[in-house]
Design a protein around this ligand. Structure first.
Ligand SMILES: [Cu+2]
Length: 121
């Protein structure tokens, strides 16, 4: 009986830690499929359960574990990849690293999600 009680508490502990997750959605600047890959890849880390950027609405949906990462850090990761979020602006340096067609601040436009070949002629 004693062991049953112990297992019960261990089990409840696991359930509780597994439930420490949250979801959020915020705006992220970007243009094309390459941006989508870049944004989602920037959140391909431990603690992030799911990251999905919508190219039409420019909204990024994220599911994450609150004991591993904080909301602010998520914004920072995306900004570090060169994309402005609702709360954190990308540094000029990070922005400069973007592909030419992804420079959303300068009115760039992507032709679909293909990489333009005539770029560095
Ligand atoms: Cu792009």
């Amino acid at each position: 009986m004693k062991y049953c009680t112990l297992f019960f508490f261990v089990f409840m502990g696991l359930v509780a830690s597994a439930q420490k997750k949250a979801e959020l959605s915020f705006g992220v600047s970007g243009l094309c499929g390459m941006c989508e890959n870049r944004i989602e890849k920037s959140l391909d880390i431990s603690g992030i359960i799911m990251a999905d950027w919508n190219i039409e609405s420019k909204q990024l949906a994220v599911a994450y574990k609150t004991n591993k990462i904080q909301e602010k850090a998520i914004h920072q990761l995306v900004a570090d990849a060169g994309h402005d979020t609702d709360k954190v602006k990308a540094s000029d340096e990070a922005y400069a690293n973007l592909h030419e067609c992804c420079k959303y601040r300068d009115g760039a436009s992507c032709s679909g999600d293909k990489e333009p070949l005539e770029d560095h002629r």
